[in-house]
Design a protein around this ligand. Structure first.
Ligand SMILES: [Zn+2]
Length: 100
């Protein structure tokens, strides 16, 4: 697994700098505005989908007490947050997610 790098100055982003990326991110080194690539956004969506499916199946298939279920849901959310920096890649331009 690798951390994302700035496509302009090749600076490697620190893990915590990529934890919360909304629409764009300013490179701390060259101050360029960077956007997550459509591919990395798709991967994030896929990760979210897998985790949500997992959490819902656990709820449907197992008869857990609410406390344990809450614990599993929280754990799943943490996995998403921790995994995002490794699947994020940046590009200089904002590209549409789907081509027409
Ligand atoms: Zn940079």
């Amino acid at each position: 697994m690798k951390q994302p790098i700035c496509p302009n100055c090749k600076r490697e982003f620190k893990y915590r700098e990529v934890l919360f990326v909304n629409r764009s991110k300013i490179c701390p080194s060259c101050k360029m505005e960077l956007f997550p690539t459509p591919a990395s956004r798709k991967k994030q969506g896929f990760l979210l989908f897998v985790i949500l499916t997992f959490v819902l199946s656990v709820r449907l298939l197992l008869d857990l007490n609410p406390g344990l279920y809450l614990l599993i849901s929280t754990g799943a959310l943490i996995i998403i947050l921790l995994g995002v920096p490794f699947i994020t890649a940046f590009t200089r331009e904002e590209k549409p997610m789907f081509r027409r």
